[in-house]
Design a protein around this ligand. Structure first.
Ligand SMILES: [Zn+2]
Length: 451
């Protein structure tokens, strides 16, 4: 006889954006078919005991770079071990590359290799030659596009003319512009001047990227997006001043989303001085004052999303600092670090954590309520989190191909113990049970929701 449920998750504390309650989850096929108290074990083929643990919606990581040491498969592997069931990757259309070809390549690679469901943002490195392809990307399910306002020397920077043009096109198509808000030309001058003086680039790293310049770039991006009537998403806000601009402009009614990352919420320039190139990321790790302000912005709802900015690059502690690339592995540790820094230290309620790690990203990118919530009719994407288990973060036990973590040796209370995607357990007790290619492509849709 077929039973009512394939699996029941029993006895857990369910956390959603609205609060916490004790309830069971009944799953049939790929979906949650009911959430209620005291479901009967006999009605299910399998029971997962979640008593004493939290059940969160699967984490949705909307800022990942699968183009370095971890590809779409490797990144999904890391993410799933950290409780993530959906990722949205940046498809890097470098200068000379076609946007549409790049998106197709990422979709194919994900279909072959991804363990988790995935979406794609276009990343335009050369908008002058790529803007005209933007409308076609919508037909492929890609509706969000990132540009850099920095990295001028690397030739990744978009100038204001092309930023405006791109926002014009993206806005008309109903999409979302995403920007890395720093002032590339000023940064380059400050860096060049410092190099001439032969200063230690690690010591002056923060000084050559002042917080006012992040705030200024964010202000400029918001102003242009308002003129072009295009929704805007600021990736990895790192400063108190940057967050303040977003707060101010939102209070004026503008549609701008704010994102920050675990590294800006947990580390500072002191960690850069200690870790050297391993902690070289852009924007840089800031000060405690900035970090606390970012937590406050999350509490107050001016920052909507925490995402990992996972960019796994091969670096060693003694590599020359100036030549070292930007980025660090973050996907696997994101939930644990944010829970430890946010919930254990009393900065946010678990409900808020779920909002910024699952519910809001699902809403912004049109995946809600299929993803981002534990409710009847939603995909059975979830993570069981044990708040009483202590974990010591070590690169050695992580799944990224890079051999370091910026959190090496850090003790955290709380860890994901089971990750489920669409009704199937994909990670349990640190073991991957899914196969590459089981993740599905998710088209995005910009909803213009206010989080
Ligand atoms: Zn990034």
């Amino acid at each position: 006889m077929t039973k009512r449920f394939d699996i029941v998750i029993q006895g857990g504390q369910l956390v959603t954006g609205n609060g916490i309650r004790k309830a069971d989850i009944g799953i049939k096929g790929e979906q949650i078919i009911t959430v209620e108290s005291n479901l009967r074990r006999e009605e299910a083929d399998g029971v997962i005991d979640a008593s004493g643990k939290y059940v969160f919606p699967g984490i949705i990581d909307v800022h990942t770079h699968p183009v370095y040491e971890d590809d779409l498969g490797g990144l999904a592997l890391s993410a799933a071990h950290g409780g993530t069931t959906t990722v949205i990757h940046f498809a890097y259309a470098k200068p000379g590359m076609k946007l549409i070809d790049t998106i197709k390549k990422f979709k194919d690679e994900g279909a072959q290799k991804s363990y988790v469901d995935f979406g794609i943002h276009g990343a335009l490195f050369d908008p002058a030659s790529q803007i005209e392809e933007i409308p076609k990307a919508f037909d492929l399910g890609v509706t969000s596009f990132k540009m850099f306002m920095t990295y001028a020397k690397l030739k990744w920077m978009t100038d204001d003319y092309h930023l405006t043009w791109a926002m014009d096109v993206i806005g008309q198509c109903g999409g979302l512009t995403m920007v890395h808000g720093e002032d590339g030309l000023v940064t380059d001058y400050l860096e060049d001047r410092s190099l001439k003086k032969k200063e230690d680039q690690k010591v002056v790293f923060l000084k050559t990227r002042p917080d006012d310049l992040e705030a200024d770039a964010i202000y400029r991006a918001i102003a242009i997006s308002a003129v072009m009537d295009c929704p805007l998403y600021i990736v990895h806000i790192s400063t108190a001043k940057g967050a303040e601009v977003v707060k101010q402009k939102r209070s004026e009614g503008l549609l701008v989303y704010g994102e920050t990352c675990p590294q800006y919420l947990s580390l500072t320039d002191a960690d850069l001085q200690r870790l050297g190139p391993l902690a070289k990321i852009g924007p840089p790790l800031r000060t405690d004052m900035d970090r606390f302000a970012l937590w406050k912005s999350i509490q107050q709802g001016h920052i909507d999303v925490i995402a990992s900015d996972h960019a796994a690059k091969d670096k060693k502690p003694n590599d020359p600092f100036f030549e070292a690339p930007f980025g660090s592995p973050q996907a696997e540790t994101m939930l644990t670090i944010c829970y430890d820094e946010g919930v254990n230290r009393g900065r946010i309620h678990p409900s808020k954590l779920v909002q910024v790690l699952a519910e809001n990203p699902a809403k912004i990118f049109g995946l809600y309520p299929k993803k981002g919530i534990l409710d009847k009719g939603s995909d059975a994407d979830l993570v069981i989190f044990d708040p009483s288990e202590t974990v010591t973060i070590q690169a050695q036990t992580q799944h990224s191909r890079v051999l370091y973590s910026v959190y090496e040796g850090r003790k955290c209370l709380g860890k994901p113990v089971l990750t489920m995607q669409r009704g199937k357990v994909i990670v349990e007790n640190g073991e991957m049970k899914a196969k590459p290619g089981e993740g599905r492509f998710l088209p995005t849709k910009i909803t213009k929701v206010k989080c």
